[in-house]
Design a binder for this molecule. Structure first.
Ligand code: ADP
Length: 482
């Protein structure tokens, strides 16, 4: 299950989703956290600075000097002002949870809001900063009666007079609201991210199963296919996706395999048939010869006959061996400059008996053209094609053999006005052992063109046929010039 494509696909997809969601949650959480803290700091600063500014304005208005503050009377006045300032700003709805404490530069308490808690003193470093005239942010914790920890954020700023820190205004606020909001968001993330991931995984597995169902059906169909059961084909899914493509390709492959299976079987039949006929003749003649004593002339005639039949067998076996060698890429071409004109004339010469027997008119239009080729292989290939032209022509037919220099190619064209090849047979004639049904009465066993094609392929030449049944065929062989 864990190794299945379905699981892997869903797993990678879900993993990606998990990473994206986590990253997204992390960004949202941090953004919210920063902006909440910034907001809180801004509020604290606003309030602290407001009070400190008011104190400074008052001291300036009264024309106090730093020394004046030591007087009890002045101190009491300022304390009153400070209390008022604190009280007035407490009713500001935006600032309500903020507490305030004002101390003088010696640390003595001047005024404070009603809900003042037992807050810890400002650290020494922070104190020094304040005395120098800088504002600071910091936080502290308090324990409640129930032993619960509460965190607070505070801001402290100096109220200055004559370049001295006269008072320190400290404002603070509990952080529980901010913490609550963040905890709430965290709870949502912790709950929903895994939930979404699990949901996606489940739905993903379900859809992956639907998407991959055709693959399962295909494997089931493939399992049924065997050598005896080659007719089975996969039902391609009614889509235009990769699976459909795979099914189509697989079916095409089965077509080809079936073809080659059928032609293999046909081949065995054909070979057996081709070998059987001469062997039966040889056997029959030998039996007749052995029945009684014969004259030397009779023996000679029988042996002559047997020799011809043995030669036929030899030809079949030679052809099969040649094809096997091409299959195993075991043929080494002996490349030399070959004059096509001489080669084709010599083939016509070789076949002159058959040509004469069928009273065929051979018209040639040959030029002295040279190609690099293995002479004997090339001769064999052209011989097969010209031999076919004679074989499949009626008595008194006409064959044209011509060569043409086409600049970067050389073409050899062999044309006959014989039986022609039907549209149905045309795509198959280069296949091994393939013979058109209409050709069964002529000698041969379907290897000639196959061998010729192998030879032309080895010479990087292409062979094309144009043919219409009853009208004749044109075979063109094109050699590229290097
Ligand atoms: P074969 O020994 O049967 O001639 P080939 O491989 O040479 O085998 O040819 C395969 C088949 O192609 C033949 O059986 C024949 O049906 C067809 N064919 C080849 N050449 C011609 C041609 N010139 N005219 C008509 N049919 C041809």
């Amino acid at each position: 299950m864990f190794k299945s494509v379905r699981f892997k696909l869903t797993f990678y997809y879900t993993l990606t989703l998990l990473i994206v969601l986590s990253l997204f949650s992390f960004i949202i959480y941090n953004n919210l956290k920063n902006s909440l803290y910034e907001h809180m700091d801004m509020l604290l600063q606003l309030r602290g600075e407001g009070i400190a500014d008011a104190l400074e304005t008052y001291m300036e208005a009264e024309d106090f000097s730093f020394e004046d503050l030591k007087s009890l009377k002045n101190n009491k006045k300022i304390a009153k002002i400070a209390e008022n300032l604190i009280r007035n700003s407490r009713y500001d709805p935006k600032m309500s949870p903020i507490e305030v404490k004002i101390i003088d530069s010696e640390g003595a308490l001047l005024a404070y809001s009603e809900d003042i808690a037992d807050i810890p003193p400002i650290s020494e470093n922070s104190w020094n900063e304040l005395i120098e005239g800088n504002a600071i942010y910091d936080s502290f914790n308090l324990m409640s009666a129930e032993n619960k920890k509460y965190s607070f954020r505070y801001y402290a700023t100096p109220a200055r007079l004559d370049k001295h820190t006269a008072y320190i205004v400290q404002v603070w606020r509990p952080m529980y609201q901010t913490e609550l909001a963040l905890r709430h968001l965290m709870n949502i993330i912790v709950l929903w991210v895994p939930l979404i991931v699990i949901l996606t995984m489940t739905v993903g597995l379900f859809f992956a199963r639907i998407a991959l169902r055709p693959v399962h059906e295909m494997s089931a169909a493939m399992r049924k296919i065997s050598a005896d059961n080659f007719k089975i084909r996969i039902m391609p899914p009614n889509t235009k996706d990769e699976i459909r493509e795979l099914a189509d390709i697989f079916n095409e492959m089965l077509d080809r395999l079936e073809d080659s299976f059928i032609s293999q079987r046909r081949f065995i039949q054909d070979v057996s048939h081709e070998l059987k006929t001469p062997l039966t003749i040889i056997k029959g003649e030998l039996e007749v010869a052995l029945k009684k004593a014969r004259s030397v002339n009779e023996y000679t005639a029988i042996l002559q006959n047997n020799l011809e039949e043995a030669e036929k067998i030899n030809r079949i076996v030679q052809d099969l061996l040649t094809l096997a060698k091409f299959d195993n890429r075991d043929i080494e071409l002996d490349m030399k400059k070959v004059n096509l004109e001489d080669l084709l004339y010599s083939i016509v010469e070789d076949l002159s008996r058959a040509i004469a027997e069928k009273k065929i008119a051979v018209k040639t239009s040959l030029k002295e053209l040279y190609i690099d080729a293995d002479y004997s292989q090339l001769r064999r290939a052209f011989l097969n094609i010209i031999d076919n032209a004679i074989k499949y022509s009626p008595e008194g037919g006409e064959i044209k053999i011509s060569t043409e220099d086409k600049g970067n190619e050389i073409a050899v064209i062999i044309e006959d006005n014989g039986a022609g090849i039907s549209e149905k047979d045309l795509p198959h004639i280069f296949k091994r052992f393939y013979r058109a049904d209409s050709s069964r009465s002529t000698s041969g066993f379907g290897l000639g063109l196959s061998i010729a094609k192998n030879i032309f392929d080895a010479h990087k030449a292409t062979i094309n046929v144009k043919s219409s049944q009853g009208r004749g065929s044109v075979f063109s062989i094109i050699f590229p010039k290097d």
